[in-house]
Design a protein around this ligand. Structure first.
Ligand code: PAN
Ligand code: ZN
Length: 185
């Protein structure tokens, strides 16, 4: 009857342990997601947009498991549009997810399959239930790093293609200093 220390630690916005997988998204990795693509292309392509640390205790696609991730989204704008994650539907569309705010201020942008888009404010302690069939992306509306947690089923998968092709029906832009959802053209 042993008690073991798995040395898997989640403290503040740091996720540490041997099995943690780190991913980086630089401006070069998120071509095409902003309305003003020429503005993005003219920026430093090695600038970080966001980083993700994940714990994948089972193989991707496994039914019955969970994945856990921390995303760190840097502050910045491309034109008047805030830095944001690529955004996706889950490939297995009938899969929900929790997000929660840890550091900084942002907006969780959500869109249903009919193209209705809305937002939820993210801040330290905010909790967000993302129902199944809902595309999700996060924008950093502050001047500081935005960190948030996520937990989702290990068989959810990611459909980035639909968003890469069709986008969200609204974009989060700064208008007179205020984050505002503007219908996409
Ligand atoms: C999150 C996201 C993470 C990065 O873990 O994958 O925030 O955003 P993109 O995947 O849209 O680039 C999640 O929603 N997992 O399902
Ligand atoms: Zn997701």
């Amino acid at each position: 009857m042993k008690i073991i220390d798995k040395e898997l630690v989640f403290l503040d916005d740091q996720l540490e342990g041997e099995e943690i997988v780190h991913a980086e998204r630089k401006l070069s990795d998120i071509a095409g997601i902003f309305q003003d693509e020429s503005a993005r292309a003219s920026m430093d392509q090695d600038q970080f947009a966001y980083e993700v640390d994940c714990h994948f205790p089972v193989e991707e696609g496994t039914l019955g498991g969970l994945f856990f991730g921390i995303t760190k989204l840097y502050p910045g704008k491309v034109g008047d549009e805030y830095f944001m994650t690529k955004g996706h539907f889950h490939a297995e569309s009938e899969r929900a997810e929790y997000y929660w705010g840890i550091k900084g201020h942002g907006v969780l942008i959500l869109m249903d399959r009919d193209g209705n888009t809305w937002g939820e404010k993210m801040y330290p302690g905010s909790l967000h239930y993302i129902p199944s069939h809902i595309a999700h992306r996060v924008a950093n509306v502050g001047d500081e790093l935005l960190s948030f947690g996520a937990c989702w089923p290990s068989d959810a998968g990611h459909d980035y293609e639909t968003i890469a092709t069709d986008g969200f029906t609204a974009r989060l832009k700064e208008v007179d200093g205020v984050p505002t959802l503007i219908p996409s053209k």
